[in-house]
Design a protein around this ligand. Structure first.
Ligand code: SF4
Ligand code: SF4
Length: 318
């Protein structure tokens, strides 16, 4: 609980975040905003103007929808409220009722109306082989629209793009050894098609809901967050997991876990990739702050470029 309170703003509890603290948080000097802060009045006020002019459109390519599930798993506050009242999410294939040509027409309509302003969230890699036919996005006037088509069209029109999850950021599992579909991450895809729209990578397999919503909020209120060399917001991905791990003292003392069920000990001999991984999971935790990978298994470096090939086998030392 203590950690969770610290995460909220360093000093104040869930319901008491001041405007000054909020602004400090979204400008990237604190631990990074989380979904639990979404209904703070200061945040609502700061977002009011942005909501009118900056809708978020979410499209999905070659992935498992795990990042959407991760986002939707948030329980307090209800993610439905976050998506509809805090973020103006106007297209998301997993949660919207509309479908088929009607949905696709509306997607293009919004993209045109808010050209240069809307944020495009891309989940999943973009399969470029076979002229994009591995991922058919939909159909308009009996013409097939592939993920390649839609990523090119909307990517060029967006004001900013969020590559949500490691598949969208770096190719991830679809781009692992044996990649048959030409699965490609968004930045590499934009480079190939000379699309200049700024991209924020929010990797993770899946990505954490706080990382997703926090990055969107930053874009809407303050513009692009500070990014590291791999295009990730420093506020969420600026710290090394091993250096900050609660078990690093045991590592220093040479006390190693021998099996995953060991309650104590460093997991390095069991394959932990924490030393090569940068993310704030060790303090943000998962499942609404319940636990994180190292509590029950190992860090498999899911936020790093080159995942999963570079961190495989997961349960063998690097
Ligand atoms: S469990 Fe992993 S992250 Fe933690 S100290 Fe050991 S190697 Fe580092
Ligand atoms: S602890 Fe490691 S494997 Fe787990 S979510 Fe964080 S970066 Fe990914």
């Amino acid at each position: 609980m203590k950690d969770k309170e610290m995460l909220l703003d360093g000093q104040q509890k869930k319901t008491g975040v001041s405007r000054r603290t909020f602004l400090k948080t979204v400008t990237g000097t604190a631990a990074g905003i989380g979904i639990s802060q979404m209904f703070n009045p200061a945040l609502i006020s700061a977002l009011e103007k942005a909501l009118e002019t900056h809708p978020v459109l979410w499209i999905q390519g070659q992935g498992c929808s795990g990042c959407s599930v991760s986002l939707l798993n948030n329980v307090d506050p209800s993610i439905a409220d976050v998506l509809l009242k805090v973020i103006s999410l106007q297209y998301h294939p997993t949660v919207m009722a509309s479908e088929g040509e009607t949905a696709l027409e509306n997607l293009y309509h919004i993209a045109e109306k808010y050209k240069g302003k809307f944020s495009l969230a891309i989940e999943g890699a973009i399969p470029m082989a076979a002229n994009g036919k591995y991922c058919n996005f939909g159909e308009l006037d009996h013409k097939e629209i592939t993920m390649v088509d839609i990523a090119k069209d909307l990517g060029a029109k967006a004001g900013s793009v969020l590559a949500v999850g490691t598949c969208a950021a770096y190719g991830g599992i679809p781009a692992a050894e044996g990649n048959q579909t030409g699965a490609t991450g968004v930045m590499d895809f934009f480079h190939i098609y000379h699309i200049k729209t700024p991209v924020v990578n929010i990797p993770g397999c899946p990505s954490h809901p706080d990382w997703i919503v926090g990055s969107i909020v930053h874009l809407l209120t303050k513009g692009l967050p500070e990014l590291d060399d791999d295009g990730r917001p420093v506020v969420f991905f600026g710290e090394n997991i091993h250096d900050n791990c609660p078990r690093v003292k045991e590592y220093d003392a040479g006390e190693m876990s021998e099996k995953l069920s060991d309650a104590k000990g460093c997991r390095m001999d069991l394959g932990c990739k924490g030393p090569d991984t940068y993310a704030d999971c060790y303090k943000r935790k998962w499942n609404s702050g319940m636990n994180w990978c190292v509590d029950n298994a190992v860090c498999i470096g899911c936020v790093e470029p080159g995942f999963p090939d570079l961190s495989s086998p997961f349960y063998e030392p690097a």
